[in-house]
Design a protein around this ligand. Structure first.
Ligand code: NAD
Length: 332
């Protein structure tokens, strides 16, 4: 068993942001926590664009994160050391991991909100990630297709942190690898696809916004390279988009339910490289906290959830993750 303090403190979402209630954030006993069912999770402030599921809402972001940034709460309040957290990992039998863009920056894929983040340098770029702008503005779509063609994910390779999570899996301790990333670097590093839950979809597939036909991204990019600036669905003529979840779009309820179950049913939630400002993904921390599960956040910058973490690691992810799994023996 893990011996860090459990999530006894009040979660920021619970006490300060009732609108941002996490998906299925019900109280439940550890290791038999609530399973999140589809339809139980759509308590979002903004109405979903597509029916069903849960909406990623940019309206949650600013005010919510700012509230915490201004209080300074959490920053350094539970700063942990690698050796202690490594022991917690060693002693755990089921670790759920939640990753964000920060785990892939060492692979050359910029994050959104870090110091070199795409949105930090160019706040206007957020518009491309908004489904309303995408469906109404052909210029946004053309820009999006150009961005997809040039995306660093096509040439990126997994880094030491991705590989460390493969080690964690091989040791028999990985309950689930929940990721907000769309770059498939976890799978390419060797993580079991069945354990990877892609909350925000994948860049490697394209979906039709009208008939939901799914096709490989490579085929669409060939058409873009051939001169189609905004290729349409070959089946129904509808708008095509990467199979990723933009702001205002619904998450797959089954994937979100599986992620919620994994956050509620583990010994440790390891949160890596995310600013925890996008809901409902960030709300998985609440799910764990309410189930009494310790949360470790590995992130260079403060997050709105630092206050409820059992430990914060500010080390670079590429250093921290290999250290956390170094010498892990197979769990008996
Ligand atoms: P974010 O940009 O909001 O936050 C990333 C965090 O990681 C930042 O706080 C940053 O300080 C930290 N970080 C970056 N590199 C680090 C390092 N080497 N060591 C320690 N900390 C580091 O990212 P998010 O919270 O994941 O939200 C962004 C959204 O955009 C996600 O939903 C995701 O779908 C998408 N996104 C994905 C990718 C990808 O697939 N690689 C890249 C950019 C954005």
């Amino acid at each position: 068993m893990v011996s860090p303090p459990t999530g006894a403190r009040t979660s920021p979402v619970q006490s300060h942001c009732p609108q941002a209630t996490a998906p299925g954030a019900e109280t439940g006993p550890r290791r038999s926590g609530p399973r999140l069912g589809a339809g139980k999770v759509a308590n979002r402030p903004a109405p979903p664009v597509a029916s069903g599921g849960v909406t990623v809402s940019p309206s949650d972001e600013g005010a919510y994160a700012d509230r915490w940034r201004h209080t300074g709460a959490g920053a350094g309040s539970a700063v942990g050391d690698l050796a202690t957290v490594a022991r917690w990992v060693r002693e755990a039998s089921a670790v759920t991991v939640l990753t964000g863009a920060g785990i892939s920056t060492d692979s050359g894929i910029p994050d959104f909100r870090g110091p070199q983040g795409l949105w930090t340098r160019n706040p206007g770029a957020q518009r491309i990630s908004d489904i309303r702008a995408y469906v109404t503005d052909p210029q946004v779509r053309r820009q999006a297709w150009r961005g997809r063609r040039e995306h660093p994910a096509w040439s990126a390779t997994p880094n030491a942190a991705h590989r460390a999570l493969v080690e964690l899996e091989r040791s028999g301790r990985l309950r689930a690898l929940v990721t907000q990333n769309i770059d498939e670097l976890h799978q390419r590093a060797g993580s079991d696809r069945a354990l990877v839950l892609e909350l925000h979809g994948t860049l490697f597939m394209v979906t039709c916004l009208s008939c939901a036909d799914r096709t490989p991204m490579a085929e669409a990019l060939d058409r873009v390279a051939g001169g189609e600036e905004d290729p349409g669905c070959l089946r129904c003529g509808g708008l095509l988009k990467s199979a990723t979840v933009s702001f205002g779009q619904s998450l797959d309820p089954a994937v979100l339910a599986a992620a919620g179950a994994a956050a509620a049913d583990c010994d440790l939630l390891l949160v890596v490289g995310t600013s925890l400002t996008v809901q409902p993904a960030a709300g998985l921390v609440d799910v764990a906290v309410r189930a009494g599960i310790p949360v470790v956040i590995v992130n260079a910058e403060p997050t709105p959830y630092d206050e409820v973490a059992a430990a914060l690691l500010r080390d670079p992810i590429g250093v921290a993750l290999p250290a956390l799994v170094a010498g892990l023996s197979e769990r008996r």
